[in-house]
Design a protein around this ligand. Structure first.
Ligand code: PEP
Length: 246
């Protein structure tokens, strides 16, 4: 599973160029889930182009609001479902940091969408936590949002160390593998029906380093930010994934 998070980037012109490059460089896919989370205003445009070009790209949202109605600026789950969305990213570190999202809201969002669309829950430690060897404690606490829930559909966790996002720095692939195994164990132990999540790695993934992550057993894919803004480099990452994880 490879998912692009475009964040607050893009324009109609960028989207047209993106698809041109993606189509030029993408190889035959073996059914892997390929997703794009564009800014909400462009979701329909991206979905329409993907459909018109017969591409197996699914669109999703970068967030949802906990509710609907008198909440100026918010986008509800009903609107997301009405707009060709197959997944929602929840709890991205930028939402936690810049929009002060906490575990209570993140749990509310997960509960809202878990039976309706695919949640991609982001977790990850800061550099300070990492240096103090607190990574697993931080992740355990962030993963409390799914405690005692029953996931009848798929659940995806994106392990995104905050210090690796947009920095060009990444953990050692072996360390990522160990953390992914830890995440799977925590989720299985704490959900009512022992949910078995897919775990994506995110943080400075690009076409030069992606294979080193995909070669690890517990890495089920990637959540890609900066390198997903160009159709060619995203296509290369998808091609690498297709070649490694059959
Ligand atoms: C992200 O923010 O989800 C992300 C993975 O960003 P980047 O790939 O740019 O580090």
């Amino acid at each position: 599973m490879i998912v692009a998070n475009w964040k607050c980037n893009g324009s109609k012109t960028m989207i047209d160029a993106w698809f041109k490059n993606y189509i030029k460089d993408s190889e035959e896919s073996n059914g892997v889930f390929i997703g794009i989370a564009p800014p909400t205003i462009y979701i329909e445009r991206v979905a329409n182009i993907a459909k018109k070009k017969s591409l197996q790209i699914k669109t999703g949202s970068q967030d949802i609001d906990i509710s609907s109605g008198a909440r100026t600026g918010a986008i509800s789950i009903e609107m997301i479902l009405d707009n060709n969305c197959y997944f929602s990213i929840i709890g991205h570190s930028e939402r936690r940091e810049l929009f002060s999202e906490n575990n209570i809201e993140i749990r509310q969002k997960i509960i809202k969408i878990m039976d309706k669309t695919l949640p991609i829950l982001c977790v990850g430690e800061t550099l300070e936590d990492n240096k103090k060897d607190f990574t697993k404690d931080v992740l355990r606490e962030q993963l409390e949002v799914i405690n005692n829930l029953e996931f009848n559909n798929k659940l995806v966790i994106a392990y995104e160390p905050v210090w690796a996002i947009g920095s060009g720095l990444t953990p050692d692939p072996k360390d990522i593998n160990e953390i992914h195994k830890f995440i799977k164990d925590v989720v299985q132990s704490n959900t009512n029906n022992s949910a078995n999540p897919s775990v994506l790695y995110g943080g400075s993934v690009n076409s030069a380093n992606a294979a080193s992550f995909f070669n690890e057993d517990y890495v089920d894919g990637a959540l890609v930010g900066g390198a997903a803004l160009d159709g060619s480099s995203f296509a290369e990452i998808v091609n690498l994934f297709n070649g490694i994880k059959q």
